[in-house]
Design a protein around this ligand. Structure first.
Ligand code: NDP
Length: 384
């Protein structure tokens, strides 16, 4: 049976991994919408290859290039924020939400409002919108499948079990490229070093988040919403090999873990096939060759991000949206060479103490808080 699919953020790392799997199942999928920000050439190439119904660039300035590249194909081309939301709202059996940052929030919510299935990679959207998003999921009867490898692992370990029996959920963290760096080295870390993740091949923003450990902190908030067992039951452990993707411990002392290669096609495949399974081209694990798996506690003195994220989750309301916006602005500034690596966490903490808007009730509130927090964060950058 052919299923319909839309991929928001099709030109990114998650988009590419998703399309790689779809390419291997000819006839199984019909592509509705593919979207990008400004990368019109790649988007047009993908839209042609997969015979998409519509291709959308969020950045309207890229629309003429997209139109030209799609000329004669019969594929609709559109541009701008409203077009992105319109495309995300088109009926699709499965929508993969893989835009980076809070920019993905409105289209992801539009997909959720269809009441079908959304595979969520775009963690910043859930972190920022929190209860606003989970309430929409419940209201529309949407199935939300987690793409993030840790949350996908937890989802698999929870299957068939009563969440009331969960004693602890442990998210594993690779620790990123600076895991063993001293405080002084961290101050001098460059963007090129930060995006060079030891185990995973990912987009620039999440790679920096992984280096600061904000990625794990954002994932803690994400887990808090996806698996509401209580924040006190969510833990983080550093596991440099990225083989155990997360664990769930039950009241009887059993701990279930999901293991797999460091390849996002594994959790993406689990979402594409759910509740069935599908083949992937990923190398099977060879535990004997790996020899050892190691675990250690995170060091919040060198990497304060997980502490800040836990505080934001505890505070609730607008705090996670403010934290996320500040982090997005700080990461962009770091990647542009404007601030040192260690200032990312400092900026986020400063924003959290100085700016506390009231809790969002609807999507427009979240978008407003995000925009205002970004403006404040940019002011902080100028003052520096
Ligand atoms: P990439 O940077 O590789 O890709 C981002 C995608 O989003 C691209 O298609 C990009 O388009 C599009 N995009 C960027 N900015 C905007 C915008 N303002 N409006 C609309 N579209 C935009 O990111 P990743 O694939 O690495 O990550 C995507 C999401 O998945 C993130 O939230 C990340 O945290 C999460 N994730 C990623 C993992 C990974 O392994 N990569 C693992 C787990 C989660 P364009 O190409 O035109 O710029």
């Amino acid at each position: 049976m052919t299923r319909t699919i839309s991929i928001l953020g099709a030109t990114g790392s998650i988009g590419a991994s998703t399309l790689d799997l779809i390419r291997r199942e000819p006839g199984k999928w019909r592509v509705v919408a593919l979207t990008a920000n400004g990368n019109a050439a790649d988007l047009a190439r993908l839209a042609r290859e997969f015979s998409a119904e519509v291709a959308v660039v969020a950045d309207e300035a890229s629309l003429p290039a997209l139109r030209e590249a799609l000329g004669g194909s019969g594929i609709e081309a559109a541009g701008g924020a409203a077009a992105l939301v319109e495309a995300a709202a088109r009926p699709a059996d499965l929508t993969v939400a893989a835009i980076v940052g809070c920019a993905g929030l409105a289209p992801t919510m539009a997909a959720i409002e269809q009441g079908r299935t959304v595979a969520l990679a775009n963690k910043e959207a859930l972190v920022s919108a929190g209860d606003v998003m989970t309430a929409a999921v419940a209201r529309h009867g949407t199935t939300l499948l987690p793409v993030d490898s840790e949350h996908n692992a937890i989802f698999q370990c929870l299957a068939g079990n009563d969440p009331a029996h969960v004693r602890k959920i442990t998210l594993t963290a690779s620790g990123g490229p600076f895991r063993d760096w001293g405080a002084e080295q961290l101050t001098a870390a460059t963007p090129a070093q930060a995006v060079k993740h030891p185990n995973w091949d990912m987009g620039a923003k999440i790679s920096v988040d992984s280096a600061t450990m904000f990625n794990k902190g954002l994932e803690l908030i994400e887990a808090h919403h996806l698996f509401p067992v209580g924040l006190d039951k969510l833990a983080i452990v550093v596991h440099p090999q990225s083989v155990v993707h997360s664990m769930v411990e039950y009241r009887d002392g059993s701990t279930l873990a999901q293991l797999g290669p460091s390849d996002m096609r594994v959790p993406i495949a689990s979402c594409l096939a759910w509740p069935q399974r599908m083949d992937t081209p990923c190398e099977p694990l060879n535990l004997a060759a790996l020899g050892e798996l190691s675990f250690r506690a995170p060091d919040e003195a060198r990497f304060p991000a997980t502490r800040l994220c836990r505080q934001a989750a505890e505070a609730g309301g607008a705090a996670p949206a403010v934290l996320n916006a500040a982090n997005e602005v700080a990461v962009a500034a770091f990647l542009a060479g404007q601030i040192p690596f260690t200032r990312i966490a400092v900026m986020v903490e400063t924003m959290m103490t100085r700016y506390s808007p009231s809790a969002p009730a609807v999507l427009a509130d979240v978008i407003g808080i995000d925009a205002e927090a970004r403006a404040h964060a940019r002011e902080l950058l100028e003052l520096a």
